[in-house]
Ligand binder design. Structure first.
Ligand code: PLP
Length: 393
């Protein structure tokens, strides 16, 4: 049989380039490629495999559910979907209604349609977003993504959208007004390179939205469901958003997104306003319930805090001239590099059996499973140190 990369190149669209690795199976924080080589996985499928690979709770829940009922469409209710919505509302601890989608982009599309309805009576249509943000690849989500190179080939996009610098309170205050339907913001820029805002920024966004009558949409697709050591990063800041979007870690590897409407925002849709054939299918909901139950039962939020601190401490100790800064929180960290060395570091780490992610040309992202142990950190960091050494010019 021809090698997988040759077959990939023959039939796959060019949008991803050719991935440098072909994975076969995984267990915990380890994956094995198709040649049988083992890797410590500190990427977690881009902050998705929150319980690691092949976690028994997910395997059991999904197996049971797929054998019982895999799909209903939105023409029928089902227990896993309602229970998952109940659990999310409980965790948020606010009066909330839930819409299930299949991805982060779709969760944000839902939020953007809610913003349209919120602004409709007063003719507010503008969305304010941040430079260097990422909200997804569909036309609506792309329109509010603060990366001109990703947007411009696909113009015209829905609008109007105004971008301000992430963390710039004065710029946000100036931008948000009577024309603004919503502000959409990540608690920490994920694809932007795990960049936290100045302290109190989310509370400032809340205040500015309240003053202008704009909806506050917090995109927790990457930050939510334990990544920072809290169920929701906005909750840790004591901020009550109008809309929270979730995806990535929620399904532990199964595709699911959620849009949570708090208070009046949860009442915006009337029957017929929005929908999804696959959204919130019973199998993905069963997986997400297993994720939430395991995070709670195994005290994984505490694990994220303690192992995350240990990871940060070990990363701080990397004596490499390539490392300019270590940033992030919980099990969501980035090494800011002194130049565009991230691709070389990622490749050098891979040859040593460690998966990390060159999230930016000059930044390495770590978003490992929430089950990561200190011993696994201690195994990974020397491999990363060796990779940094190899990549040093
Ligand atoms: C990954 C991501 C998205 C897009 O999610 P998809 O499932 O790829 O559509 C949206 N927002 C944030 C903050 C993300 O990190």
């Amino acid at each position: 049989m021809t090698a997988l990369d040759v077959r990939w190149d023959a039939v796959m669209m060019r949008n991803y380039g050719t991935p440098p690795i072909a994975l076969d199976h995984g267990s915990g924080v380890r994956v094995w490629d198709t040649d049988g080589r083992e890797y410590l996985d500190l990427v977690g499928g881009i902050a998705v495999t929150s319980l690691g690979h092949a976690h028994p709770a997910i395997v059991a829940a999904v197996t049971e559910q797929v054998g019982r009922l895999a799909h209903t469409s939105n023409l029928a209710m089902h227990e896993p979907g309602v229970r998952l919505a109940e659990r999310l509302v409980d965790l948020l601890d606010l009066p909330t209604r839930v819409f299930f989608a299949n991805s982060g982009a779709e969760a944000n599309e839902c939020a953007l349609k809610m913003a349209r309805l919120h602004g409709r009576a007063e003719g507010r249509t503008e969305i304010v977003s941040c430079n260097n943000s990422f909200h997804g690849r569909t036309m609506g989500a792309l329109s509010v993504t603060g990366n001109a190179a990703k947007r411009e080939p696909f113009a015209p996009l829905p609008g109007p959208v105004t971008f301000v610098d992430f963390g710039d309170v004065a710029a946000l205050e100036a931008a948000v007004g009577a024309q603004t339907a919503a502000v959409i913001v990540e608690p920490t820029l994920g694809e932007g390179g795990v960049v936290p805002p100045p302290a109190g920024f989310l509370a400032d966004v809340r205040r500015i939205c309240d003053a202008a009558g704009a909806l506050m949409i917090v995109d927790e697709v990457q930050s939510g469901i334990g990544r920072t050591g809290h169920w929701f990063a906005s909750q840790a800041e004591g901020v009550r958003p109008d809309v929270i979007t979730l995806a990535k870690g929620l399904g532990g590897g199964l595709p699911i997104g959620a849009c949570l409407g708090v208070g009046a925002a949860g009442e915006l849709f009337a029957p017929g306003d929005h929908g999804s054939t696959f959204g919130g299918n019973p199998v993905s909901c069963a997986a997400a319930l297993a994720v939430l139950t395991t995070i709670a039962d195994d005290h994984l939020l505490d694990n994220v805090k303690t192992v995350g601190e240990h990871l940060a401490h070990r990363l701080d100790g990397l004596a490499s001239p390539l490392v300019a800064d270590v940033r992030g929180s919980g099990l969501w960290r980035a090494l800011a590099l002194t130049g565009d060395h991230a691709a070389a570091v990622e490749a050098a780490a891979r040859t040593r059996g460690l998966l990390v992610n060159a999230v930016k040309p000059d930044a390495i992202r770590l978003a490992p499973p929430l089950i990561l142990t200190e011993a696994e950190v201690d195994e990974a960091v020397p491999l990363l140190a060796a990779a940094l050494n190899e990549a040093s010019p």
